[in-house]
Design a protein around this ligand. Structure first.
Ligand SMILES: Cc1cc2nc3c(=O)[nH]c(=O)nc-3n(C[C@H](O)[C@H](O)[C@H](O)COP(=O)(O)OP(=O)(O)OC[C@H]3O[C@@H](n4cnc5c(N)ncnc54)[C@H](O)[C@@H]3O)c2cc1C
Length: 467
């Protein structure tokens, strides 16, 4: 009666892990993905000949098999302290259990031999507290961009024979039909009994439109704005050697805003990121020694929560990022010393410095871009970090801007991640509940298992009814 038992919209980590759990269930599963298969995902921006977005039909960084995480650093954080609020729906224990499960499967599919770091028992917790900083507890599996890609290739090989993939097929509309759902995609209608929506950040506008059409409640959310810091790797080596990624938070004295480190890349590179045609900054690192650099980079982000009536927190951050693009033609880079002295950086001053930039960005003045409150918070935190990692506040430390972490509106779902519509689930970053590889993946596993439990219960009821 239906084309598929289960349709999954989006082939990022959320969608992939639902498909993985359903692959041997006997259910007919169709995955619809706006972007390309993994080998065809190529972003033309090389920071050299092509510096800014050329507006590809679909963005290869954000879309395609592997989703936004495909070219990421592949850091799977196993924790409830950051990365999303999945635990609020499914419980802390269950969330951790599923993140551990995802980790164990990643190891089977190519991740074996990669390092697992942990904050358990580290002396840095105390050192941070003594300096008004808080080190968040977590275990982190660092796959690295290269191994992360291999794991995705292997997962695809496992899935391609068992699941129908429809690439370059964005779903236009999702609606309810008799006992199920209909999706319009690629000029055709496909029906299913159960639908898992996992459209991630890039699908945020589509998600909002769909929620409006179906009358599903959404709640406004937050946005994080800041810079990416790049410094000589030695300065953070004592932390990164032991913990790899230290998630540290700081509460500013002036405004009591929360500033945090995010996405730390020891011996990594700073990269451009394209969000809806706006160039922001991000960072990568690699597992292979041959690709390691002498620098470490991480973001310093200030969380901004807006309350009603303002709901467009992402629009606010986009305007700030656009300003940096207007002034710098892309990402701006500034020496910390120049920022403190109220002057723009120049190519000559950066050349004379001790930190060799790994991204070809435009030297400029971030104080013309970032609101004072955000900039003050970042400067305060750099001085606080200087106490646990002396050298952080060196004048030559480079700051790239703007880095933005966008969040989706949170979609109202229950403890099964199911909307008010039976059999319609919303998972991953598109739900606003998760913001990370491990949480998005865990939400995919969780929902798939809920669907299988439901099917088993239905089968038992049918057997009883039929005697
Ligand atoms: C550069 C970068 C580095 C990152 N590094 C890390 C990291 O090291 N660790 C970490 O935990 N997190 C990291 N993240 C975040 C992480 O990638 C995301 O949290 C994760 O990918 C979310 O998974 P998801 O499946 O929910 O969504 P996504 O990965 O965004 O996948 C959603 C998919 O849905 C598709 N889609 C959207 N709309 C439609 C539609 N209408 N029809 C069909 N398909 C659609 C998209 O094309 C996309 O492929 C990084 C993100 C980026 C961009």
């Amino acid at each position: 009666m239906f084309d598929y038992d289960v349709i999954i919209i989006g082939a990022g980590p959320g969608g992939i892990w639902s498909a993985y759990e359903l692959r041997d269930s006997g259910l007919r599963v169709g995955v619809f993905e706006e972007g390309n298969p993994l080998p065809k995902r190529k972003c033309p921006i090389d920071g050299d000949k092509v510096k800014s977005c050329v507006g590809c039909k679909t963005c290869s960084i954000m879309s395609g098999f592997g989703g936004a995480g495909a070219f990421s650093d592949g850091k799977y954080n196993i924790t409830n302290e950051f990365g999303g609020s999945l635990y609020e729906h499914i419980g802390r224990q269950k969330a951790l259990e599923l993140m551990e499960y995802v980790d164990s499967v990643n190891l089977k599919y190519g991740g074996a031999g990669t390092k697992l770091y942990s904050t358990a028992g580290t002396r840095f917790s105390k050192i941070c507290l003594q300096n008004k900083l808080v080190l968040l507890n977590a275990k982190v599996r660092h796959l690295g961009t290269d191994i992360n890609y291999i794991v995705l290739e292997n997962l695809y090989r496992e899935l391609e024979k068992k699941v129908d993939f429809h690439f370059n097929t964005p779903v236009d509309t999702l609606s309810q039909t008799d006992g199920g759902y209909a999706v319009e995609a690629g000029g055709r209608t496909y029906t299913c009994r159960t639908c898992i929506v996992s459209v991630g950040r890039s699908g945020s506008k589509w998600m909002e439109k769909t929620c409006r059409a179906l009358g599903i409640e959404t709640m406004s959310n937050r946005v994080d704005i800041g810079v990416r810091v790049e410094l000589n790797a030695e300065i953070f080596e004592h932390l990164t050697d032991e913990l790899y990624e230290s998630k540290i938070t700081y509460r500013t004295e002036t405004f009591e805003d929360r500033v945090r480190t995010f996405c730390m890349n020891p011996h990594g590179i700073v990269v451009n990121e394209n969000t809806n045609g706006i160039i922001t900054v991000n960072g990568h690192s690699f597992e292979g020694d041959d690709k390691k650099t002498g620098n470490t980079n991480f973001a310093l982000l200030v969380s901004k929560h807006f309350s009603e009536p303002f709901r467009d927190s992402n629009g606010y951050a986009e305007s700030i990022a656009r300003l940096s693009n207007m002034l710098g033609g892309g990402v701006i880079v500034q020496r910390f010393g120049d920022l403190i002295h109220g002057r723009r950086s120049t190519a000559a001053r950066i050349d004379e410095g001790s930190v060799r930039p790994t991204l070809n960005a435009t030297p400029g003045d971030l104080s013309l871009v970032l609101p004072k409150r955000i900039l003050d918070g970042i400067i305060e935190m750099i001085y606080a970090l200087d106490k646990v990692a002396p050298g952080t506040a060196n004048p030559d430390t480079l700051l790239y801007g703007v880095e933005v972490k966008f969040y989706n509106m949170e979609v109202k779902t229950d403890e099964n991640l199911e909307t008010a519509y039976p059999g319609l689930y919303v998972i991953g970053d598109g739900s606003g509940v998760t913001h990370s590889l491990s949480h998005a993946s865990a939400s995919g596993v969780y929902v798939a298992r809920k669907i299988l439990e439901g099917r088993r219960a239905d089968a038992r009821t049918d057997r009883k009814t039929n005697g």
